[in-house]
Design a protein around this ligand. Structure first.
Ligand SMILES: O=C(CO)[C@@H](O)[C@H](O)COP(=O)(O)O
Length: 226
């Protein structure tokens, strides 16, 4: 049964704050930290790349960096992210015509491989072969590009479709997820939860992390008995 994993999407205005926030989230119960890598091509914004991730991994020993690569050429950054000690390299299916060789390249560099789909991409675009080869599947519940957007509920059936085909895989949701939207995500079968605003905007982030985790674990236990 896939276990609940909470992966806060780290928001910070300077580097010292970034590492401090990562440490605070781990202390608050987060297993992974979601790193939004945006290149200004695949999405309009630019965030951070391998040099910043390298500093974070040095500053936060043992961190699991869940690197969400919102980039136009995902093949290009595998080595740099591996050298920066990225733990999981999640690329967008829309950004490559060769997902299987890319998954192999990611595995060869010792990282887990994730495959993301944007809201307008159907879950069936992830073939059985690609889904089996990947370690994690990411269903975006907002259009990639920035935090703080409204959850798009019509993306949720894609989670259920993927969970039915891949019962043992990690399935992540990202975008507008928080206490108000976790139930539908968890019931559909997602077990890796990315949250930015809902966690960082909370007075007690650890309570939000705990609620998200409990909701997923309860839903996974129900799904396992179906
Ligand atoms: O990558 C993205 C959006 O592109 C997400 O990781 C968001 O940054 C999550 O933030 P919230 O929607 O939870 O505020």
């Amino acid at each position: 049964m896939p276990r609940a994993i909470i992966s806060p999407s780290v928001l910070a205005s300077d580097f010292g704050q970034l590492t401090a926030e990562c440490k605070r989230m781990i202390k608050g119960g987060a297993e992974w930290l979601h790193m939004d890598v945006m290149d200004g091509h695949f999405v309009p914004n630019i965030t951070m790349g391998a040099p910043v991730l390298s500093c974070i991994s040095k500053g936060v020993p043992g961190i699991f960096m869940d690197c969400h690569m919102m980039v136009a050429q995902p093949e290009k950054w595998v080595n740099d992210i591996a050298d920066a000690r990225g733990s999981l390299y999640c690329f967008h299916l829309e950004a490559t015509s060769e997902p299987l060789p890319l998954i192999s390249a990611i595995h060869e560099r010792g990282m887990k491989a994730g495959v993301a789909i944007s809201p307008d991409t159907p879950s069936t675009a992830i073939s059985d072969e690609v889904g089996e080869a990947a370690d994690m599947l990411l269903v975006m519940t907002v259009y990639p590009g920035r935090g703080g957007q409204k959850f798009i509920e019509r993306c949720v059936p894609k989670v259920a479709e993927l969970r039915a085909r891949f019962p043992d895989k990690d399935i992540e949701v990202d975008g507008g997820v928080g206490p108000k939207t976790i139930d539908v995500c968890a019931d559909a079968g997602s077990n890796v939860i990315v949250a930015g605003t809902a966690i960082f905007g909370a007075e007690k982030p650890e309570e939000v992390i705990s609620l998200l985790k409990q909701t997923v674990d309860t839903a996974q236990a129900k799904i396992a008995t179906r």
